[in-house]
Design a protein around this ligand. Structure first.
Ligand code: ATP
Ligand code: LTN
Length: 343
C-alpha cells in the first residue's frame, strides 16, 4: 500500500509554481507598465499557474471619479486580455469581485504593525502628493496587497522594482501569521526581471516613466498612435555626445536602448554595433518604429474587445468565480486558525 502511494507520488507531475500579480486601474498604462510588467505576465502565463487581477480596490486610496473609475476598470480588464492573457488558461479577474480580498485584508491588518507601515516609501510619497487626503486606506494599502498575494498561496509575484518593499511586507505578515497560528500561507518570492524592470521618463530619464506625469511627452501610452509614438521618441532627452552605447551620464540613451532591447530582443552590444557611426536621429527613428510595432497588435485587439462589453463582463464573471474558489479556501483556513466560527 505504502509503495503504491510512493509510486503515485513519484509519478505525479510536479505542481507548477503559482504566480499572482495585479495592476491598478488608475489611468491608461504606459510603455513602462507594459515592458516592466504586462509583457512579462504574458510570458509567465505560458509557463506557470497564473492569476492576474485589476486592483480596483487599491485605486480608491486616492480620490476617484466613480464614472471614470468604472470605465477604467473595464479598460484595464480588456487590456489584460489584449496583451494575450488567455482567460481559459490563467485566472484573469477584477479584485473587487472577490470579497475575500477585503476580508483577509482586515484580518492581516491585525497582524501588521503601525511602525512597519509608516516606513513604506510609497505611503510617504503618496501622502506628500495627496496631502489633502491622507486616508487610512492609503496607509494600509500594502496589507490589501498582501491579502491579494496570500489568498492565492502565490509562490512568485512579478512586480516592478518599486513594489519590492511591499512584497517584503507581505512576506513579513505571512511569516508572522504562520508563526502565531501554524502554517497557513505560502511565503511569496518577488520575481523582478532585470531588463525592462525600470523604464524611465523620456523627458527626465532620472525619473521613472509614470502615467501620472503631468507632461504627456514624458511617457508613451500603450494606446498612443504610431505618429504620436514617433514624435515622443524624437523629442526624448538624450545628450550632446552622440554615440549609441550604454554608459554613465547617458541616462537618456540608456533608457532608449533599454526600450529598444525590450521590443526587439537585441542585446545592448548588438544595438551598439548596429548603430555604430550613426546619429541619434537614426537611432530614435528605429526605437519609435520598434515601439509602434510592438504596441500595434495590442491596440487592435483592445479596440475589438472594447466593442464587445458583454463578452468582457462574462469573462470577468468567470474569472471571479475561478479566483473565488481558491481565495475562499485560503480565507476559511485563515479564519479557522484565528478562531472564528465557520458555518
Ligand atoms: P503611477 O506612476 O501613476 O503611480 P504606475 O505607472 O507605477 O503608477 P502601477 O499600476 O502602480 O502604475 O504599476 C503597475 C506595474 O507596472 C507595477 O508592477 C510597476 O512596478 C510597473 N511599472 C510602473 N511603472 C514602470 C516603469 N516606468 N518601468 C517599469 N515598470 C513599471
Ligand atoms: N501595488 C501594486 C499593484 C498591486 C499588486 C498586488 C501587485 C496590487 N495588489 C498584488 C502584485 C501583487 C502596484 O502599484 N503596482
Amino acid at each position: 500500500m505504502e509503495n503504491a502511494i510512493n509510486n503515485a507520488q513519484s509519478c505525479a507531475p510536479e505542481r507548477k509554481k503559482r504566480i499572482l500579480s495585479c495592476i491598478q486601474s488608475s489611468g491608461m498604462p504606459t510603455l513602462g507598465n507594459y515592458l516592466g510588467a504586462l509583457k512579462n505576465w504574458k510570458l509567465l502565463s505560458d509557463e506557470f499557474d497564473c492569476a492576474f487581477a485589476v486592483a480596483d480596490l487599491h485605486a480608491i486610496t486616492v480620490r476617484q471619479d466613480p464614472q471614470k473609475l468604472k470605465k477604467q476598470i473595464m479598460e484595464m480588464f480588456a487590456l489584460l486580455l489584449a496583451i494575450g492573457l488567455d482567460p481559459e488558461e490563467s485566472i484573469v479577474f477584477i479584485q473587487s469581485h472577490v470579497p475575500a480580498h477585503s476580508q483577509l485584508a482586515w484580518i492581516l491588518n491585525c497582524y501588521t504593525q503601525f511602525g512597519e507601515m509608516s516606513r513604506m516609501t510609497q505611503f510617504k510619497d503618496k501622502s506628500a502628493s495627496h496631502a489633502d487626503n491622507v486616508n487610512v486606506g492609503l496607509f494600509t494599502y500594502p496589507v490589501l496587497m498582501a491579502a491579494d498575494i496570500l489568498l492565492y498561496q502565490a509562490d512568485l509575484v512579478p512586480v516592478g522594482a518599486d513594489q519590492k518593499q511591499h512584497l517584503e511586507i507581505a512576506r513579513d505578515i505571512a511569516n508572522r501569521f504562520n508563526s502565531v497560528n501554524g502554517k497557513t500561507f505560502t511565503i511569496p518570492e518577488p520575481y523582478i526581471r532585470k531588463s525592462g524592470a525600470r523604464i524611465m521618463s523620456l523627458q527626465d530619464p532620472t525619473k521613472k516613466m509614470s502615467k501620472s506625469d503631468p507632461n504627456p511627452k514624458a511617457f508613451i501610452s500603450i494606446f498612443d498612435s504610431p505618429e504620436t509614438i514617433m514624435k515622443k521618441v524624437r523629442s526624448a532627452v538624450t545628450d550632446s555626445e552622440g554615440g549609441v552605447y550604454y554608459g554613465e551620464g547617458k541616462e537618456g540613451v540608456n533608457n532608449l536602448m533599454e526600450i529598444y532591447s525590450c521590443c526587439t530582443g537585441l542585446s545592448m552590444d548588438q544595438i551598439t554595433s548596429d548603430f555604430e557611426g550613426k546619429g541619434y536621429g537614426d537611432f530614435k527613428k528605429a526605437v519609435g518604429e520598434a515601439v509602434a510595432e510592438e504596441l500595434r497588435p495590442i491596440r487592435e485587439r483592445y479596440e475589438d474587445l472594447m466593442k464587445n462589453q458583454d463578452y468582457l463582463k462574462a469573462t470577468a464573471a468567470k474569472g471571479a468565480e475561478k479566483a473565488s474558489r481558491i481565495a475562499n479556501r485560503t480565507l476559511d483556513k485563515a479564519m479557522k486558525k484565528c478562531g472564528f466560527v465557520l458555518l
